[in-house]
Design a protein around this ligand. Structure first.
Ligand code: C2E
Ligand code: MG
Ligand code: MG
Length: 719
């Protein structure tokens, strides 16, 4: 836009040649070179082809006069300013031409100063107009851009007044919630929230209003005006601020405003819910799994202890399921399990838990039973319900169930005891005849029925290789390396999961199957460790636990020697862990056996030392190389006066020149104490739990282990 005359585009229209000359001459003086038209027609012609900032227009012209040119300009909406320069000075014609939109009027003969000043004013006005237009265009563009961004945001964007009424919401309201934005203006935001979440939403928004400018978020389910069948969840993020001066229209300056967004997180939430569901449920029956069951059981135990109230745990095993599964196939078996779950659920109350423990085993929790009769009634209902035939894929199937019941607190006060005892009661029920239930009593674990079924299971465990071995590192504090591993047996029960020795060793001992277990363990442990050595791992001590029954076997020595010979395991690396009660029997006989093996290089450790009855005095009669201080003594080291027994054991073992392994070392205090006493070998969770073969190999390959107490050890010189 011209700032001065030199840049101005001027069209000079006059039929009088002198006038044209005089005006051009005047403008030329200011470097302005006007375009000249000698008639109205020519002016129109020019205006069609070029644009001009200003027209200097004569009125009186033949054919097309000044009014005609003005009409043309108005009709075509041409953007220019017109200064009429005319001898015509009647009020009429001046007012007509001004009405037609002329900017100003200069009378002929003109005074040059007046004409120039009018022209300059016109140019200034034009520049202002132009600037204004440019600014307006920019404003529109920027407003469009912001509107575009806000409306195309994938999220809802909204503004609320201090009462949480919607004062703005973007176009997303239509695609996400099926509401036209304008229909929501003025509504309270909580009206958009599904009724289940209303209370939470009210609380959330009132907190936001109170807390002021904090950013807050909350997940809420919003109404979708019939758009979706299922619930849709939104993550609402809101922050509060004061309406700035000339900020949001319709709201007062300084009024509190809430700005917010709402993002549709339904898919994310559903995925998380599913993962969560999977972690805590059995996908086949959709019932709670072991983890969830145990969690609920622990809460129930806690409450029951506080309120002194009874509750029941029930184990339910289907009687003929395995036959069905094997003969009619897994798909049908799965359908059957689903139907069983449905039938059981019908007989239960909302507060009870039915969980599938695996296979055809279910475990149930009844937190609100008043007495044993109540549980018996439920058990009766279950038995009746499952006695009825199932119709699956055209087959009529009869199964039935056996139920074991453990009442709190009679059958145990902790989770493991209650589950295990309900299981034992179930085994009894099975042995008593199918389709029955049994309530746990303490004499049951040794009952013939229970032993019979467990015996069957343990036999299967041995023949089907369900046993597996774990290895716990033993650390040599002097050499600062792992000096050996203790082999600990586990049972991968197909239905009950990983079982620990405490759950089956004592029963296996009672039914003398422990001998088979120990043989299996010795054979497998030697074979496994041999393969480690063959693969380049430096040889180390392999400590294998033996039951007294195993040691008492006539062929004990022969079996051990044959085994290591067959496997090719070097005798000097085998340590057999025996317990004190072995030594209490037929001393001569036992001594001979141990000596025979000892002569071949095999060493012996006395396990759990201090828990039995052995007299310290006769220990030297046996070829025992190592004393294992039982965990129960080690754990007393954290107490102020717990140390004296450990001191005595260590002093005695040192006197007998025996190695000492401290078991169950869990804390640094214990380690420090033992290390100061001169106890050289340490086994316990502080250095490592019992690990699977794969895990222990990983650990062994990174030896020597970095001991945490190098500093303490550095001071030790008296092992
Ligand atoms: P044990 O021979 O005294 O084995 C040590 C037990 O203490 C193991 O339990 C081990 O996992 C646990 N333990 C080790 N360090 C710590 C610790 O720092 N803190 C705590 N709280 N516990 C620790 P596990 O594996 O349950 O074995 C229990 C017992 O079962 C063994 O006691 C052993 O008497 C017997 N056992 C294990 N495997 C066999 C086997 O193959 N044959 C025989 N006959 N008995 C076995
Ligand atoms: Mg042991
Ligand atoms: Mg032990």
């Amino acid at each position: 836009m011209p700032n001065n005359l030199a840049d101005a585009r001027v069209l000079l229209v006059d039929d009088d040649p002198r006038m044209r000359e005089s005006l051009s001459g005047l403008l030329e003086l200011y470097d302005c070179h006007p375009t000249v038209a000698d008639s109205g027609a020519e002016a129109i012609d020019r205006l069609q082809r070029e644009s001009f900032d200003v027209l200097l227009l004569d009125l009186n012209m033949p054919e097309v006069d000044g009014h005609g040119v003005m009409d043309f300009i108005n009709r075509q909406d041409i953007d220019t300013l017109v200064i009429v320069v005319s001898g015509e000075s009647s009020f009429n014609s001046v007012s007509t031409v001004l009405k037609q939109g002329a900017y100003d009027y200069v009378k002929k003969p003109y005074a040059p100063e007046e004409l120039l000043s009018t022209l300059k004013n016109a140019l200034r006005k034009r520049r202002l107009q132009q600037d204004n237009q440019d600014m307006h265009k920019q404003l529109i563009k920027s407003e469009q851009l912001h509107r575009f961004i806000v409306n195309n945001s994938p999220d809802l964007v909204f503004v609320l007044d201090h009462l949480c009424h919607i004062s703005f919401i973007n176009e997303r309201a239509e695609t996400l919630l099926n509401y036209r934005p304008e229909t929501l203006i003025g509504q309270h935001i909580v009206e958009l929230v599904e009724s289940d979440d209303e209370e939470r939403a009210s609380l959330f928004f009132s907190h936001v209003v109170q807390d002021g400018e904090q950013l807050a978020s909350c997940e809420l389910c919003l109404k979708s005006n019939g758009l979706y069948q299922r619930k849709h969840y939104f993550e609402i993020t809101v922050s509060a601020s004061r309406n700035p001066h000339e900020g949001i229209p319709d709201l007062e300056d300084g009024e509190l405003l809430l700005y917010g967004t709402a993002r549709d997180v339904t898919e994310r939430k559903e995925a998380a819910d599913f993962i969560n569901f999977q972690a805590y449920h059995d996908l086949l029956t959709r019932l709670p799994n072991r983890v969830l069951f145990k969690d609920r059981l622990s809460v129930t135990i806690f409450n029951a202890k506080r309120n002194n109230s009874p509750f029941a745990v029930m184990f339910l095993d289907l009687d003929r399921f395995k036959i069905v599964n094997d003969t009619l196939g897994h798909t049908l078996g799965d359908r059957l399990l689903q139907s069983v779950a449905q039938r059981l659920l019908v007989c239960m109350r909302g507060s009870d838990t039915l969980s599938r423990f695996g296979g055809d085993e279910f475990i149930l929790l009844f937190p609100e039973v008043a007495n044993i009769e109540g549980v018996e009634q439920i058990a009766g209902k279950f038995i009746d319900a499952l006695k009825q035939p199932f119709h699956v894929k055209g087959h009529e199937i009869y199964i039935g169930c056996s139920i074991g019941i453990a009442m709190f607190p009679e059958a145990g006060e902790d989770m493991e005891a209650l589950i295990q005892n309900a299981d034992i009661a179930m085994y009894n029920a099975k042995a008593n005849g199918r389709d029955s239930y049994c309530i746990f009593s303490p004499d049951m674990s040794s009952s013939p029925a229970f032993r019979l079924s467990l015996e069957r299971d343990i036999r299967r465990a041995i023949s089907d290789d369900e046993l597996c071995l774990f290895y716990q590192p033993q650390v040599d504090l002097v050499k600062q390396c792992i000096s050996g591993v203790e082999v600990l047996v586990r049972w991968e029960h197909p239905e009950r999961g990983l079982m620990y020795p405490s759950e089956f060793i004592s029963v296996a001992e009672e039914i003398r199957l422990i001998i088979e277990v120990d043989k299996w363990v010795l054979r497998h442990a030697c074979r496994t460790a041999k393969s480690w050595f063959a693969n380049g791992l430096p040889p180390m001590k392999l400590a294998v636990n033996l039951s007294p029954l195993m040691v008492e076997q006539e062929d004990f020595v022969e079996f051990v020697l044959n085994t290591i010979e067959q496997v090719g395991f070097p005798a000097q690396w085998l340590e057999l862990e025996i317990t004190e009660n072995v030594l209490l029997k037929d001393q001569e006989h036992i001594t001979r056996k141990l000596e025979q093996l000892s002569e071949k290089g095999i060493s012996f450790a006395l396990d759990d030392f201090g828990t039995g009855y052995s007299s310290l005095s006769y220990l030297h009669q046996y070829p025992i190389d190592t004393l294992k201080i039982d965990q129960s003594f080690v754990s007393t080291l954290d107490e102020s006066n717990g140390a004296c027994l450990v001191d005595a054991i260590v002093a005695m073992a040192q006197g007998l020149k025996m190695n000492i392994v401290a078991e169950g070392v869990e804390s640094r205090t214990q380690l420090e104490y033992l290390s100061n006493l001169g106890c050289r070998y340490i086994q316990g969770w502080l250095f490592g739990k019992a690990l699977s073969e794969q895990e222990i190999l990983k650990l062994l390959h990174t030896t020597p282990v970095e001991l945490e107490h190098r500093a303490i050890l550095a001071r030790q010189d008296r092992y």
